[in-house]
Ligand binder design. Structure first.
Ligand code: FAD
Ligand code: SIN
Length: 530
């Protein structure tokens, strides 16, 4: 069954930091529909721990934050974008304070913590659960806004473009999206004059990831299929310290633990091994450096994990700074005030994505994008800690401003075709989805992980081709489900990551390959054109 709805001006796909920032700003003048897969707070935003980077301390400067961002990004960042975002950070924090986010304070001033790669304390936070507080404040404001309709449990399948118009056109103009209602199985065409893609990252393409279940790169894949360029997809960030636990597989131990003095130790000898890799910055080196060091220790000594130890700090300091992590670990039998925490690296953030400009516009007229599904030029070859939520606020706002500014020039949407289910049936082989999903995530972890080789990338590429035929065949014959939508998108993202990685003949930032260990002279983006 399929129907069409059109009682809003703008469609926002995603209810995380980027989507809700755009929606709240757009709602000053327009009617906004926000669609989210699963629950409204099921994206990465709610899971963010460390905080948001902003220059707020008298001793800190924009220039320092810009320099730290460019150093972490190994020079692949776009300097104009970096300046654009960092200079807007204090205003973004002010807006969040106005929305009631209860940031930690020290005698009235915002408390600033420190994370790897930052030369100053500049991370505003709400204990060690910043994302939860930010998500709650944004959702409350959106729920109270009469111009915003929030619709959870909607899995967008594809963007609506000219080829879906009743009278076929080759135009790439975007007019909204088709979405599956997860509860009724109905597919609706949500038509809109402007669409903002804010569907988050693709972390779940890897077997081990700190990202939530729904981070399957849907936004990147939808935009790519509709004709938008994507860039730097090989730049997948691995967080150095994910809890190693056989039952709890994706619990992050915030970088702020290292920022507040935590040491990384060999679990048997107690050696503080960062001295062997980056003696100056030690545990506060950028993430790619620390993750590679841990990976090297694990492989070199046949370890399952390394230790992160902050037990030399006073117990009340640890409990006060990390209440959420402390409580979670106590539940697992680890007291971080007296014991080290076993940790391993895990995929954490998608630096690449849909190419956008400073106004958050994409290659496709009618489509804007913001947040983790984009490649804005901010992160380059590696994201500096706590710059990601910031990017969501700045580009969510930029998208809204650009849409509001151009609104009067937009045509009314055409009549579009309804979702066609005439040639599909219900699947009798759901096992195929599970099998392919597991296979992709496993070979991406083993062949396209922290340290790469051309041979392993080619192996992955070969498997992606074979799976592609199977998935498209399945998609062509069976009614869509959220699992199938996600599998198709995971596969698409895996292909984009591997193709990008094969094209980069150097080691830069997060892309480290034994076949090209040196840095190329000039930093160049890997841009894929559909
Ligand atoms: P998300 O918050 O992931 O939201 C995506 C939205 O899109 C969701 O609403 C989802 O339901 C929806 N969606 C997805 N697919 C579809 C579809 N097909 N149809 C409809 N809707 C869809 N960054 C920092 O700056 N500081 C931190 O301290 C920090 N800590 C982190 C800790 C963890 C454990 C993780 C995983 C990430 C952390 N990050 C941090 C990164 C940061 O949280 C994310 O990059 C950021 O929240 C992304 O926001 P977003 O709005 O782009 O996407
Ligand atoms: C963390 O708290 O370590 C995550 C911060 C980030 O991803 O920016």
């Amino acid at each position: 069954m399929s129907t069409m709805c059109e009682d809003h001006d703008v469609l926002v796909i995603g209810s995380g930091a980027a989507g809700l920032t755009a929606a709240l700003s757009l709602a000053r003048k327009l009617k906004v529909l926000v669609l989210a897969k699963g629950k409204l707070d099921s994206g990465s935003t709610a899971w963010a721990q460390g905080g948001i980077a902003a220059v707020l301390d008298a001793g800190d400067t924009f220039d320092d934050h810009i320099r730290d961002t460019m150093i972490a990004g190994a020079g692949l960042n776009d300097r104009e974008t970096v300046e654009f975002v960092i200079e807007r950070a204090p205003a973004a924090i002010d807006r969040l304070c106005e929305l009631g986010v209860p940031f930690n304070r020290d005698s009235g001033d915002l408390h600033l913590t420190r994370e790897g790669g930052h030369s100053h304390r500049r991370i505003v936070h709400v204990d060690d659960a910043t994302g939860w507080a930010v998500q709650a404040a944004l959702l409350k404001a959106a729920e109270e806004n009469p111009n915003i309709t929030l619709l959870p449990h909607q899995s967008c399948i594809d963007l609506i473009t000219g080829r879906h118009e009743e009278k076929y056109s080759a135009s790439g103009r975007v007019w909204g999206a088709y979405a599956l209602d997860e509860r009724t199985g109905e597919v609706k065409a949500h038509v809109a004059r402007a669409t903002v893609m804010a569907a988050g990252g693709a972390g779940r393409v890897y077997q081990f990831s700190t990202a939530p279940r729904g981070a399957t790169g849907d936004g990147i894949a939808m935009a790519w299929r509709a004709g938008a360029r994507v860039s730097n997809m090989e730049m997948m960030q691995f967080h150095p310290t994910c809890l190693y636990n056989l039952e709890v597989k994706n619990f992050l131990i915030t970088e702020a633990v290292r920022g507040e003095g935590g040491h990384l130790l060999h679990p048997e000898t107690g050696h503080r091994f960062m001295a062997d890799y980056d003696p100056e910055r030690m545990e506060l080196a950028p993430r790619d450096v620390v993750a590679r060091a841990i990976d090297d220790q694990i492989k070199r000594y046949g370890l399952d994990y390394v230790h992160l130890d902050i037990s030399h700090q006073p117990p009340e300091f640890v409990r006060e700074h990390f209440p959420t992590i402390h409580e979670k670990l106590i539940g697992l039998g680890i007291d971080m005030t007296t014991q080290p925490i076993p940790v391993v690296p895990a995929q954490h953030y998608t630096c690449g994505g849909i190419v956008i400009g400073l106004d958050a516009s994409t290659d496709l007229p009618g489509l804007w994008a913001a947040g983790e599904c984009t490649e804005s030029g901010l992160h380059g070859a590696n994201r500096l800690a706590s710059n990601s939520l910031l990017e969501c606020f700045v580009f969510g706002e930029a998208a809204a401003q650009d849409i509001l500014c151009k609104w009067d020039s937009f045509d009314a949407p055409p009549t579009v075709r309804e979702w066609d289910e005439s040639r599909v049936t219900d699947s009798d082989e759901e096992v195929v989805i599970k099998q392919n999903w597991t296979e992709i995530r496993r070979f991406m972890w083993n062949y396209v992980g922290i340290v790469r080789t051309t041979k392993r990338l080619e192996r992955a590429s070969h498997r992606i081709k074979l799976l592609g035929e199977e998935i498209e065949d399945y998609y062509g014959h069976f009614r869509v489900t959220t699992d199938l939508i996600e599998l198709r998108n995971l596969h698409q993202c895996a292909q984009l990551i591997v193709e990008s990685a094969l094209r980069r003949h150097e080691s830069r930032g997060l892309h480290y390959t034994l076949d090209y260990p040196a840095l190329a002279e000039a930093p160049v983006d890997t841009v894929l054109v559909p």
